[in-house]
Design a protein around this ligand. Structure first.
Ligand SMILES: Cc1ncc(COP(=O)(O)O)c(C=O)c1O
Length: 398
């Protein structure tokens, strides 16, 4: 039989390596192997009880039918509240849409706006899905490399150097996955001045990790600082990371009405409305108490300190202190080429020693001259300690 034919668009993309590593860890566990998974990007806390109760009540009330494609009126109000209260972005329900996770909002926004030849600037290291979505949409990825010594942030001048007349989007992510980079208000003000000179550029501000910063400064985001840019910035957020609701698949976005309508048009033919029960849960998440977040942040901060200290004590490994999110982007360059062929082989070696991580190359680390791996510190201190013991042994065994 001849090979089944896949679309040219699909052939342009690779499967998600974070998901692949997590699946491999699950497979090995099913075979009875003891694997600590630090590859997945989700909080290990339970979904707050009031969110679960709201979803049970929605089920009991028979809320199991289609909702409006872009979300219920209550959900849009809750999302607008979240953008205003938590991100400082003045918006209203007409400028908000709800999707099946932040990922879908990003996918629909890019699919709705990119034509072949359009360039999309993506700072590297990047979240795995950004370049794949851009390629699927037919766009050209323009890499904007960043370095650990600059906190994985790019400067206004570095941004300006890669913008052309073909630039359609700049994808921003602060706090960032995989590096924990956090852009300051000062950084963003300078970036906004570059954007002023290039009105053809749209900006995706992926703020999904906004509640998780360890800098002490309030979260800074482009349209809160420069509301006049609201007609070309799409801010994406959600409940996956902030409220431990990754499986429930709710993402929220706010931006210009033409873009929100375009995303909903596409959504009307892809998934339709996001899950009705999950929407009820997300309303409770945004409208209910937020005080638990301070405790979660504190827990993450302690874990971050533990992991950073342990990593930096292992010869051949180093990491800067991540300023947000729950990842450490670990440099293993001294080991690569010498003790192990590449960072993909290093990740497999660590898996053999019982820890699942994701190679830096999956996040575009190679574009920055970086080789190593990302770990998530969304695991208990006991698990992190055991994982670090295993990593230390694995590196010594190379
Ligand atoms: C930077 C970034 N953006 C968006 C998402 C998507 O989140 P969701 O689970 O809500 O689709 C993730 C999840 O890993 C992420 O790390």
């Amino acid at each position: 039989m001849t090979e089944p034919r896949l679309s040219a668009a699909l052939q342009r993309i690779a499967p998600s390596q974070t998901t692949a590593m997590t699946d491999r860890a699950t497979e090995l566990r099913a075979q009875g192997r003891d694997i600590i998974s630090l590859s997945v990007g989700e909080p290990d806390f339970d979904t707050p009880a009031h969110v679960v109760e709201a979803m049970k009540a929605a089920l009991d009330a028979g809320q199991t039918r289609y909702t409006s494609v872009g979300g219920t009126a209550a959900m849009k109000r809750a999302a607008a509240l979240h953008f205003e209260r938590d991100l400082g972005i003045a918006t209203d329900t007409a400028h908000v849409t709800i999707s099946a996770g932040g990922k879908q909002a990003i996918f629909h926004a890019l699919m709705a706006t990119i034509d072949p030849g359009d360039e999309v600037v993506i700072p590297a290291p990047w979240w795995v899905s950004y370049p794949e979505i851009v390629r699927f949409a037919g766009g050209t990825v323009v890499t904007l490399p960043t370095q650990p010594e600059n906190g994985f942030r790019f400067s206004a001048a570095e941004l300006e150097a890669v913008i052309t007349l073909k630039t359609r989007w700049l994808l921003m992510n602060s706090p960032g996955n995989p590096t924990g980079a956090v852009f300051t208000a000062e950084d963003l003000t300078a970036i906004a001045e570059v954007l002023d000179r290039h009105p053809q550029v749209l900006v995706m501000s992926d703020d999904i990790y906004a509640p998780l910063t360890y800098t002490g400064a309030p979260h800074a985001t482009l349209t809160a600082l420069r509301p006049d840019l609201a007609d070309r910035v799409l801010t994406v957020s959600g409940v996956s990371k902030s409220h431990a609701m990754t499986g429930l698949r709710i993402g929220v976005a706010t931006g210009p009405q033409w873009l929100i309508r375009a995303m909903e048009k596409l959504q009307s033919h892809s998934s339709g409305n996001p899950c009705s029960i999950s929407q009820a849960g997300a309303v409770a998440a945004f409208e209910g108490p937020q005080d638990f977040l301070a405790d979660w942040r504190e827990t993450f901060r302690r874990r971050r300190e533990l992991v950073v200290a342990r990593v930096n004590a292992i010869p051949g490994l180093s990491t800067p202190v991540p300023q947000g999110a729950f990842y450490c982007f670990i440099d293993a360059a001294p080991l690569i080429g010498d003790k192990v062929a590449d960072d993909g082989a290093l990740a497999l070696h660590l898996l053999e020693h019982g820890v699942a991580v994701v190679a830096a190359s999956a996040f575009g680390g190679t574009h920055c001259g970086l080789a190593g791996f990302r770990i998530s510190f969304a695991a208990s201190e006991a698990q992190l300690t055991e994982a670090m013991d295993r990593i230390e042994k694995a590196v010594a065994a190379l």
